[in-house]
Design a protein around this ligand. Structure first.
Ligand code: 4BW
Length: 147
């Protein structure tokens, strides 16, 4: 049985084991949807962060946001990929965590989202914390207790 009493998420900084920003695939606000679809397809991710030109976090765009934007009344309108921008279809009401926060805060975000964006004081994205990372921490704790 896993005893979580010694695994205190409130003491683990969210910056520990986050994926650094330079390794995070992202798109920019003014990119056409076609570019966002290319990034999502080539990287294999379902959703990536949207940043402005200064690297500030603006929201998240997913493959389903793009497909939804292409649906016209009667048919799929491929031209929307060129006429609409990331800003037109992204979701911007996304909870984030600050780089001084603990894993406990990220855990709450990761209930509803597959990753949490980690921001600095100026809202610049310094990295992301993923469900995979938190599960890896739990697994490590599990094996440490068994040994
Ligand atoms: O290209 C991939 N490499 C690896 N090693 N794993 C992948 C890859 N693509 C998907 N996965 C796996 C991961 O376990 O599928 C899970 C779901 O992917 P997603 O959500 O739906 O595209 C991945 O889970 P995760 O590592 O916990 O990542 C959660 C979400 O975080 C991903 C994606 O939206 C985002 N993400 C992760 N790494 C990213 C990233 N976004 C941009 N750049 C990165 N480097």
């Amino acid at each position: 049985m896993l005893d979580l009493s010694s695994f205190d998420l409130s003491t683990i900084p969210v910056t520990e084991n986050m994926i650094d920003a330079e390794k995070v695939a992202h798109v920019q606000l003014q990119n056409p949807l076609e570019h966002a679809l290319l990034v999502l397809t080539k990287t294999g991710y379902n959703a990536v962060p949207v940043l402005d030109l200064d690297g500030r976090f603006c929201g998240i765009i997913s493959k389903s946001d793009i497909v939804e934007a292409m649906f016209g009344i009667e048919q799929i309108e491929v031209e929307q990929l060129y006429s609409k921008t990331v800003e037109d279809v992204m979701k911007d009401d996304i909870p984030t965590v600050h780089m001084s926060d603990s894993l406990e805060k990220a855990l709450h975000v990761l209930i509803d989202y597959s990753f949490a964006c980690v921001l600095d004081d100026r809202d610049k994205m310094v990295g992301i914390y993923t469900r995979r990372e938190i599960l890896k921490q739990l697994r490590n704790e599990f094996y440490q207790q068994r040994s």
